[in-house]
Structure formats: structure tokens, C-alpha cells
Design a protein around this ligand. Sequence first.
Ligand code: 13P
Ligand code: SF4
Length: 299
Amino acid sequence: MTLEEEILALKAERKAVILAHNYTRGEVQDIADFTGDSLELSRKAAECRAPVIAFCGVRFMAETAKILSPGAIVLHPAPNAGCPMADMADAGAVRAWRAGHPGVVMVAYVNTTAATKTAVDICCTSGNAERVIASIPADREIMFLPDANLGANLSRKLGRRMLLWQGCCPTHNALDPARIEKARAAHPGAVVMIHPECPVATVEAADVALSTGGMLKYARESDAKSFIVATEEGILHRLRRENPGKEFFPVEPPLRCPNMKKLTLENLRDSLRDMAPRIELDAETIRLARAPIDRMLAI
Ligand code: 13P
Ligand code: SF4
């Protein structure tokens, strides 16, 4: 049996659903039942009736799946695949930050731990952040965490002042405008799609700022034939597969999230075989962390 056949046999035996983020390895995306961005994966987890979810993404995403589908066993095949940005906003420090701002609305990017989600009012992803911010009355102060780049990009686009937690994604924060210009010079006329986790100056040097799901939609619907993709390189797999007549170029050197690459066919097979490692969260954390996610999904 090939590794893929083993996974498919175990998946059937366990009645499992495999969910994968757009940044995972191509072979992991290919075997998944559904591949998507953070928002799409949250929606899938919320509607999922399977007894087992094998989650191929970083830990906060698997935690979100457990929060939204608490009755399911959520397997996280690479338990050391964390998100450094999520780890930059410790729940205790976030509560202390909030303490000096009575009446504030605290908005947390989903890239936060389950514990930190228990301290906030509403979540957002890069796919719905504009709608979430726009839903907050203009006279309310907003605290945004943990991504200062996403917060600054939103603030600039919506003309809304926000207090920003100083976290970042090390993968996207390292992309400077010079690398965009270099890519434009190498691929004249290509549309530059960028992720809003990049710094403001770099986003200004690009053409459109989108979530990974937004990039897939934009590329599909656009008349353009070539694109520069300024986000984690894993997204190129779907962009190329779903748009055979179009060309997609990474910036050079490509952006790479080492944690997303920790999900492999081997550890996916092992987790389905062993039914471990699992995401375990206590009932109170699930209850409190679910409220800001539900508010986001209702928008
Ligand atoms: P999206 O797929 O929601 O755009 O998120 C990107 C990301 O960095 C996830 O960690
Ligand atoms: Fe976290 Fe950045 Fe990796 Fe996304 S790409 S999981 S934000 S480190």
C-alpha cells in the first residue's frame, strides 16, 4: 500500500474528515477533503458532523476546530506546529492590556491561542477583518491583536484608529518593498497579490491585499494571466492547479512558514492510525473562546 492508500483506508475506518490550510505541503492538500483559508476552515469545522477531524495546519487552527466542533476528536498530526504570532499574545498580558481601557472592543485575529480568545470580544481572519471592524460602532475604541501589520493595514484602509498589539508573523513581516519591485521587474505586467500580514509599505507596493482564500477567488475571476504571489509559497499549489491557463510567480526568495511544513503525509498517517496527538481543551475554555468566534461567524 502507498502512504496515500494507507491514509485513505484509515480515514474511512475512523470516519474522519481531513482539513488542510492553503499553506500546507501540496501532497497534504491533495489528500485533504477540504483545503482553505482560516475563515473557510472555521466554517467547515463548525458544520462538520464527522466524529474525527484530522487537522493539517498550525495549532491555533486545530484549536479553533475543536472549539467549534467540541464533540469531535480533533487530531493535530504535528503537535509542535505552532504559530509564533499567536504565541506573541499571552492571555494574561492581553487581559492586563485591556484593563486600562474600559469600554474598549477587543478584536483578535484568529491567530491567537484558545486561552487568549477567552479574553477578547470578537475574532476576525484576514478574509473578514474589514467587515468585522466595520461592524463596530464608530464611537467605540478598538484594541486589535496580535498582528500589528494586519491592524495597521486595516486602520489605513478603513480610516479607523485602533490600538495595536505589537505582534507579527515572522514569515510575512520579513517581506520588504524591494522584493516586490524585484519581482515586478522579473515579471512585467503581473498583478501583485499580497497578504495583509505584510508591513504597510510592502502592501502599498503591491496591487491587491487578500487572504489566501481571497487570492484564489481573485485569480480565478481576474482577466489577468500572470500573478506575483506575495505570501507563503504553499498557496502556489492550488493557484496553479485551479488555473492551468495562468502563471503564478513567488517573490524571491519565496516566503516559507516552517510550522505549516511540519504537517506531512507520514504524521497524518500516524495520527489516524494512533488516534493521537489530539487537541484537548477544557469545557470552560471552549465555552469562553467560542463566543468571539461565533460573533465573527455571525457577521
Ligand atoms: P489566511 O489563510 O486566513 O489568509 O491566513 C493566513 C495565515 O497566515 C494563517 O496563519
Ligand atoms: Fe503563523 Fe505566519 Fe505561519 Fe501564518 S504564516 S501560521 S501567521 S507564522
